[in-house]
Write a protein that binds this ligand. Sequence first.
Ligand SMILES: CC(=O)N[C@H]1[C@@H](OP(=O)(O)OP(=O)(O)OC[C@H]2O[C@@H](n3ccc(=O)[nH]c3=O)[C@H](O)[C@@H]2O)O[C@H](CO)[C@@H](O)[C@@H]1O[C@H](C)C(=O)N[C@@H](C)C(=O)N[C@H](CCC(=O)O)C(=O)O
Ligand SMILES: Nc1ncnc2c1ncn2[C@@H]1O[C@H](COP(=O)(O)OP(=O)(O)OP(=O)(O)O)[C@@H](O)[C@H]1O
Length: 518
Amino acid sequence: MALSLNACILLLKEHHLLKSSAVQNDLNTDMTGIAYDSRKVSGPSLFFCKGEKFRPIYLSMAKDNGAITYVAEKPYVEGNGMNALIVVNVTKAMAILAAAFYDYPQDDMTVIAYTGTKGKTTSAYFTYGILNQAHPKHVALLSTIERIVGPNADQRFPSTLTTPESLDLFHEMREAVDNGMTHLVMEVSSQAYLRNRVFGLTYDVGFFLNITPDHIGRNEHPSFANYLHNKMQVLVNARKVVINAETEHFAEVYAAATTTTYPESIYLFASAGFKPAQADLDIDFRYESLSSDTSRSQFKLVPVTDKAAALNVGGQYKLALIGDFNESNATAAIIGAGLAGVDASKAVPGIENVKIPGRMEHVALPGHGTVYVDFAHNYGSLKALLHFLRAEYPKHKLNVVIGAPGDKGISRRPDFAKVLDEYADTAYLTTDDPGYEDPAAICAEIQAAMKNPAVKVETILDRETAIQAALAAADDTTVTAVVAKGEERRQLVRGLRQPYVGDMPAVQHYAEQLKVGE
Ligand SMILES: CC(=O)N[C@H]1[C@@H](OP(=O)(O)OP(=O)(O)OC[C@H]2O[C@@H](n3ccc(=O)[nH]c3=O)[C@H](O)[C@@H]2O)O[C@H](CO)[C@@H](O)[C@@H]1O[C@H](C)C(=O)N[C@@H](C)C(=O)N[C@H](CCC(=O)O)C(=O)O
Ligand SMILES: Nc1ncnc2c1ncn2[C@@H]1O[C@H](COP(=O)(O)OP(=O)(O)OP(=O)(O)O)[C@@H](O)[C@H]1O
């Protein structure tokens, strides 16, 4: 891969990003590398000076490693002797130039993108399952959990961000195309738009699942309005759009979609009984629960409009992932697959056995009831989860092991308290990524916000010990929900990732101890 100096200048001008340039080399000079991390520069490269913790010495290091051109929002003396492209916005410039450097991989795949406060990962995995049924070994996935850029085991690796930096994103997309992938399913976080990680990227299908206040605060969004604005960008940048008509702020979301997409290419879905506020809008798809038990759910998807019927995805579906909210996620995934040309004959078997690490994983422990491990970690998702468990197990006690993170999402503390007040019998408060805060103080804040005296509270800071204590206290009439960490295997403490055994392994350790004690 290569990009010439001239192409960089033209692209930046075309996007009104270039403030000034100082050119040392011939304009036809090619750069064969591209990086925003000086440690990753090798050979004649293009280097981006970006980031809150950027230090000019990184530019010197990049130059020493072979970078010949730098892109920055201001000139640096450390870049003397290099070509300097001074831009209005470096992260936008990086997205535009990275797409060009990797030769627009998005044009060689069908790209399906999900946004929403909750359900992105689940819907993405459901879509991946269906598309894989139709196009085995040709589907890529960029999710919060993992990235899959090819059919082999070494083309699958864990994620650090939900949506990576633009440069990494276009690189991964290029790898996927070169590995023969024809479809890509990806999650798009609101941070991705806030930080221009997907600037200029157009999706074939863009989803808006739902929005509730989250990710607002230092290092995240300054306000809910900003969060909503960034989430809606997925719709503005998609050729076809699918919206959950039951989302909060539907009117604004729909209006955003129509600014770039004709209503004929906008699909709406909702549960069977839902009545939209805008009565003149047709709901294209309705879904309805048929039956569910504690390990499978079954629902019906009904195309209502002609354009919905044309996708041939109506029918009865089974899911291995229970929870009524997952029927909504599955509906989205099935419509997405339909828009990618895959009908019910593949969607029904494709979605049936999809399971996702840390999402509604459950196990029965004889003598100690049933345990659920789930990634619910904000108000909406915790409420949805506990509401569902209460309805499934009306006569059981519902005990919850939970902690809230430090340094971010401060509103989760009173929010968790509210949901625990409403649904829990006992709350085991514990540690979850305390960062620079004291985990005991975080638990105390949750407890202080709880108002229902009928809910018992125990604080046990060591997370595995808290899980064990909850399970030891449980009997066959108890459901224990271990929540908010999902499949994560680390605790973020004072800037470090400390290893953590994981919630389900902690439950399994307890189950093994029970067997030994028998
Ligand atoms: C607030 C935020 O999003 N920050 C991200 C951003 O940081 P930044 O641009 O400020 O860069 P920085 O880490 O300060 O580093 C400065 C620069 O110096 C460079 N460097 C550094 C050392 C060196 O020797 N040489 C060198 O060149 C680095 O490569 C970097 O480019 O770019 C970094 C990658 O370059 C990201 O790792 C980092 O994500 C942080 C860790 C993060 O946690 N972000 C969260 C909030 C996030 O994005 N979450 C969303 C999901 C949220 C949701 O669920 O909706 C996500 O998409 O994952
Ligand atoms: N449609 C939904 N509505 C409400 N809650 C949901 C929905 N889908 C999933 N959840 C809950 O949210 C949790 C996280 O789900 P998922 O990982 O699919 O969402 P996400 O959007 O990727 O989340 P995050 O951005 O936090 O990574 C699940 O474990 C479940 O408890």
